[in-house]
Write a protein that binds this ligand. Structure first.
Ligand code: GAL
Length: 380
């Protein structure tokens, strides 16, 4: 009898502590569980429309939420930090019940997220982790460290130093390579670069790979706001400063397809890809259609495919859980520390795409059509 009472009291204590937990941070979003989907609004804040992937992300999240009957307030910030802050402020004043945010600068939204917390609006960080605030409740992304590993591995495979199954390749080098990184205000940038550098390190240490420019630090390799033009300019500068002695570059680590296109333009303008000057092995990320065409044409070496349909699905699941005053399902509760707390995350798998994988991975799955790949342009 006594034991049962203790067990029952333990249960009550557990239930109370769970209630207390769910009341933490941004909280439960008010009485959303009782409302009809049509009375609930999800604010979706995306960074930019200049990159095709964020358009796909925004559309996918909106379509999936609308199909479930929710109202969606989707905004793009034109890669301008004050614009994103203002759009989120507006979403809060217009009464959003959940926010889904892909931040331009992961450290710049603390004020907005404080206001969201005060209004009990749960916040889901979309693909890029929002830093330095307790007011981010969930994170949906991919395994970003593995993206960097995959990019470096694709570089090694392209150069023939490694085979796809991880065995030693036939090539011996040494090869000249150059390194690019993403925007330093994007938390993912560090993960991509670290994953890549950990993978390249043994080859750099052995002298099989040489960064001829000597620019190996992330601050030197970074491209602010992931701008294609900035990457093109940096590649041009590298070619004129480090390759003016008749030497050539054989590989370029690029963390994103948009940057890869800028890099490829600089290389082509310098005569690579024609005559004896072979196009270097260039990596990428996002399977943007213009780059998939370049891979298909044998110009870009590879990309890392992150299925934005699945990411959108996870964001929608998390948003629905919050609206039903439940805790979204996480599959990683240790990795993503935003400097104030470890944010519970749902991380999705990634896939490297070489030319021979385009049909199976991208076309057969319905992500792109064969016509779009051939044209290098999305239909819509
Ligand atoms: C990152 C994202 C990449 C790429 C890049 C540039 O945050 O993880 O997939 O899209 O931004 O947009």
């Amino acid at each position: 009898m006594g034991r049962r009472l203790v067990a029952a009291l333990g249960g009550v204590a557990l239930a109370l502590s769970l209630v207390a937990c769910s009341g933490e941070g941004a909280g439960s979003g008010g009485d959303t569980a009782e409302k009809k989907p049509g009375d609930l609004t999800i604010g979706v804040s995306m960074p930019t429309q200049t990159s095709e992937r964020w358009i796909a992300d925004g559309n996918a999240v909106k379509e999936k939420l609308t199909a479930k009957g929710y109202q969606v307030d989707l905004q793009y910030a034109g890669d301008d930090i004050p614009t994103q802050a203002q759009q989120i402020d507006q979403m809060i004043t217009r009464g959003a019940d959940v926010l889904v945010v892909a931040a331009i600068d992961g450290t710049a939204l603390s004020g907005q997220l404080q206001a969201a917390a005060e209004a009990k609006i749960p916040v889901i960080s979309y693909d890029r982790l929002i830093l330095n605030t307790p007011n981010v409740d969930f994170y949906v992304s991919f395994d970003n460290y593995k993206v960097g590993v995959a990019q470096a591995t694709a570089l090694l495979v392209g150069l023939g130093l490694q085979t796809k199954d991880g065995a030693k390749g036939a090539a011996t080098g040494p090869f000249n390579i150059e390194l690019f990184a993403g925007s330093l205000d994007d938390n993912n940038t560090q993960y991509f670069f670290k994953g890549a550098m950990d993978t390249l390190k043994p080859f750099l240490d052995a002298g099989t790979l040489k960064v001829k420019s000597g620019q190996t630090r992330i601050e030197q390799a970074a491209i602010l706001r992931w701008q294609q033009e900035t990457a093109q300019k940096r590649m041009e500068d590298l070619l004129t400063s480090a390759y003016n002695d008749g030497s050539t570059v054989q590989g370029v680590l690029s963390p994103y397809d948009g940057l890869s296109r800028g890099i490829i333009t600089a290389l082509q303008n310098a005569g690579y890809g024609t005559g004896s000057k072979k196009m270097p092995v260039v990596t990428g990320q996002d399977a943007e259609v213009a780059s998939v065409k370049l891979i298909n044409d044998g110009v870009q070496g590879s990309t890392v495919f992150k299925d934005t349909r699945l990411l959108a699905e996870q964001a929608v699941r998390a948003a629905e859980a919050f609206l039903q005053e439940k805790t979204p399902e996480a599959n990683d509760t240790t990795t993503y520390d935003n400097k104030v707390k470890v944010v519970p995350s749902y991380l999705l798998p990634i896939e490297t795409v070489y030319k021979e994988d385009i049909t199976k991975v991208l076309v057969d799955s319905g992500y792109l059509t064969a016509e779009e790949v051939a044209a290098g342009q999305a239909k819509k």
